[in-house]
Design a protein around this ligand. Structure first.
Ligand code: HEM
Length: 262
């Protein structure tokens, strides 16, 4: 046997996983220990340099990014601030929700403007997130090394749409109740998890125990659904979205800043 084959170690399962393309797009370890890489480690560190120590000229050109990602984030901050103000006046029960919204609209000082700022910022966020995704696609910025950040972005898009959907129920008027009744009914057809979806009944899904029942906290849209949507809208989804946004911004730096010009 030639000497080099004798010493070559067979890759173990751990090597197969960590050398995998998907793994390496998420965790970028094992850079060569060169003076340049050591400088990069310090200059690209977000804790040591909150603002990038170096920017490429095209990165700050409006026509490259349309600032769409930044505007999406600004609108998100706007919904968070106005949303917290609304929380001071809103009680998520079938008895009070509708009247609390009316109280906000007609009696609370600046209540109507807070409510409308919240609503329009949410609509704007949905518009700008699509524009941002379109720009990222058109500039080819989803390509390596940014493919993982694209995946993070897709999750942010889903969460943004879910925030809109869960928020829609909270005014507790006829429009909200019936729109969410239609929306949650779609969950019946979820593959595997819906009682009318492919393989759902075979897996034991029933109208009382499936994806739709999980969303509505029962078999119809009612007060328990309102509470569930409120918790999802005000706590659960914003926390996950905020964590993913931090990851998204951190990755932009780690992937070498905004992508280059076409
Ligand atoms: C809450 C939602 C989102 C926020 C706040 C956000 C924010 C940002 C910001 C501020 C940037 C810097 C450049 C710019 O402003 O365009 C950026 C870049 C990027 N975003 Fe997003 N984004 C979001 C959603 C998405 C979505 C839905 C995708 C794609 C599916 C995406 C993929 C990317 C990628 C790949 C980059 C790097 C682009 C480059 O290097 O040119 N993001 N994002």
């Amino acid at each position: 046997m030639p000497p080099d084959t004798e010493t070559k170690k067979k890759p173990g399962i751990f090597d197969v996983i960590t050398e995998n393309y998907v793994w390496r797009s998420i965790f970028r370890h094992g850079y060569a220990d060169t003076p340049r890489n050591r400088v990069l480690q310090v200059s690209a560190n977000v804790w040591l340099h909150l603002h990038p120590s170096k920017m490429r000229r095209h990165g700050i050109r409006y026509r490259h990014t349309w600032c769409a990602g930044g505007l999406t984030f600004l609108l998100y901050l706007c919904t968070v601030v106005t949303g917290v103000v609304l929380m001071f006046y809103y009680r998520p029960t079938g008895e009070y929700a509708y009247w609390d919204v009316k109280y906000l609209d007609f009696d609370v000082p600046f209540g109507m403007i807070m409510r409308n700022m919240h609503r329009w910022a949410a609509h704007g966020m949905v518009i700008f997130i699509w524009l941002h995704m379109f720009r990222v696609f058109m500039t080819g910025s989803y390509k390596p090394p940014r493919e993982f950040n694209w995946v993070v972005g897709v999750n942010l898009l889903t969460l943004t749409l879910l925030l809109s959907f869960t928020g829609y129920l909270l005014p507790w008027d006829q429009l909200a109740i019936w729109a969410v009744t239609v929306g949650t009914n779609m969950a019946r057809a979820t593959p595997l998890l819906g009682n009318e979806g492919p393989f759902g009944p075979q897996l034991g899904m029933t109208p009382r125990y499936d994806a739709r029942a999980l969303l509505t906290a029962g078999t119809v849209v009612g007060s328990p659904t309102l509470l569930r949507f409120y918790v999802l809208h005000c706590i659960f989804i914003p926390i996950i979205a905020s964590i993913l946004m931090i990851l998204h911004f951190w990755r932009i730096r780690k992937d070498g800043g905004i992508s280059g010009p076409l």
